[in-house]
Design a protein around this ligand. Structure first.
Ligand code: FAS
Ligand code: PHB
Length: 388
């Protein structure tokens, strides 16, 4: 087969890139290792920056998000039973959209189907060949080996995919910070704890109350790295969550059986550059953030914003300029989101080796947020998303 762009990975980055390129008349093929159902069963992000909302709308996949998504004007930060509201609307006139990654991915798959886009699922042994300058990709489907000749490869295959690993180690610089805890997440068919998200800092550990819609809630608590999901009963989870969130939210919290329960490790990771010859990386293939700042999915969208425009300019005007600047442009925004996600994680979690001094710094940084409009404005700017 031949396509101008071969996209590896059928998650949000790969699907959105193929949607935008296809609408611009550029031929692309998406290779996904799992089935569509498997991809859609993964419970991940819940909050879209407004820039992501606009990018999805420009790509023609905004109608269900607009109908079912919930715009939020702010979030609550809670510490020592004090709740500080970060009022995005008042501080910077912006909102975020609560609309799950699962729904975004659903909408993207539906849009690909509607346009007759080529998404090959259950593609095994995907291998990047001919790099850096004469790329092609091979894979096995139903026991038969296939080859896709292409002009460029877009590596949208997440942290564990083959694309980043195809770049020679000597050319790649990676940066990593592993956090000494994970997030135990629960999805439950119960009404949310509050109208807006609650980020709670507590001596027992961090907790987050989020949601997907008025009847589906998403909760997280910080747990030690060595904890396993099956050691946490639903009852134990709810009891621990109630200890960590503000009393009024705990008193009215509606609990119920978990319909999904998983532990995600937390890390910050960046690989530079995000390009090698005719291979471009986008999304989790190039960077990972702790979910505290709700940036992971949104960074995948901004990478795709830059890469799609660079490829369109190339095919329309023969220009190489945006392609040559892609890595530098994407990384400038990535690193600012990496910093914000690190800052939110460090501010709100308890670390095993914290001294009393460290605990005071945390407490008074949160108190400063309560006292200072300027401090809340800085948080609001970053949480709602820096400009593309
Ligand atoms: P993805 O990982 O979503 O997609 C990559 C795709 O490539 C996958 O479908 C994978 O199957 C495929 N692939 C991998 N190897 C392949 C191969 N060899 N051949 C073909 N295909 C291959 N972000 C937030 O903002 N908030 C959150 O709360 C949050 N929670 C998360 C929880 C978990 C457990 C994880 C892992 C991530 C979470 N994230 C969260 C981040 C997440 O949302 C990512 O940022 C987002 O999925 C990035 O999208 P992609 O770059 O498309 O990567
Ligand atoms: C979620 O709803 O899954 C969610 C929301 C905000 C975050 C992380 C996860 O920061």
């Amino acid at each position: 087969m031949r396509a101008q762009i071969c996209i590896i990975g059928g998650g949000p980055a790969g699907l959105l890139l193929s949607q935008i390129l296809h609408r611009a008349g550029i031929s692309c093929i998406v290779l996904e290792r799992h089935s569509r159902d498997y991809v859609l069963a993964r419970i991940r992000a819940g909050v879209l920056e407004w820039g992501s909302v606009e990018e999805l709308e420009r790509a023609g996949v905004g109608s269900r998000m607009r109908a079912e998504g919930i715009p939020h004007d702010g979030v609550l930060l809670a510490a020592r039973n004090r709740a500080i509201r970060i009022d995005f609307k008042d501080l910077i006139g912006r909102q975020v959209m609560v609309y799950g990654q699962t729904e975004v991915t659903h909408d993207l798959y539906d849009a690909r189907d509607a346009m007759g886009g080529t998404v090959i699922t259950e593609a095994e042994g995907v291998t990047l060949q001919g790099l850096p300058d004469t790329p092609y990709v091979t894979y096995v489907k139903d026991g038969t080996e296939h080859r896709i000749d292409c002009d460029y490869i877009a590596g949208c295959d997440g942290f564990h995919g083959p694309s980043r690993k195809a770049i020679p180690e000597a050319l790649l610089k990676t940066y990593e910070k592993i956090y000494p805890f994970g997030w135990l997440g629960v999805l439950s068919e119960t009404p949310p704890a509050a109208e807006e998200l609650i980020y709670a800092s507590h001596d027992r550990g961090f907790a987050l109350c989020s949601m997907r819609n008025p009847h589906l809630s998403r909760y997280y608590i910080q747990v030690p790295l060595d904890h396993k999901v099956d050691q946490w009963s639903d009852e134990a989870f709810w009891a621990e969550l109630k200890r960590r969130i503000p009393h009024d939210a705990a008193e009215t919290l509606v609990t119920g059986p978990s319909i999904e329960k998983s532990i995600a490790p937390l890390r910050s990771f960046v690989a530079e550059p995000m390009r090698w010859g005719r291979l471009f990386l986008a999304g989790d293939a190039a960077h990972i953030v702790p979910p505290t700042g709700a940036k992971g999915l949104n960074l995948a969208v901004s990478d795709v914003h830059y890469l799609s425009r660079a490829l369109i300019a190339h095919y329309r005007d023969g220009s190489e300029e945006l392609l040559d600047r892609y890595s530098e442009t994407a990384l400038a925004r990535v690193w600012k989101a990496i910093r914000f996600s690190w800052w939110m994680t460090t501010l709100l979690h308890r670390f095993p080796d914290q001294s009393d001094f460290d605990l005071h710094i945390q407490a008074y940084e949160i108190e400063y947020l309560g006292d200072s409009r300027a401090a809340r404005t800085a948080l609001a700017e970053n949480y709602t998303g820096l400009p593309f």
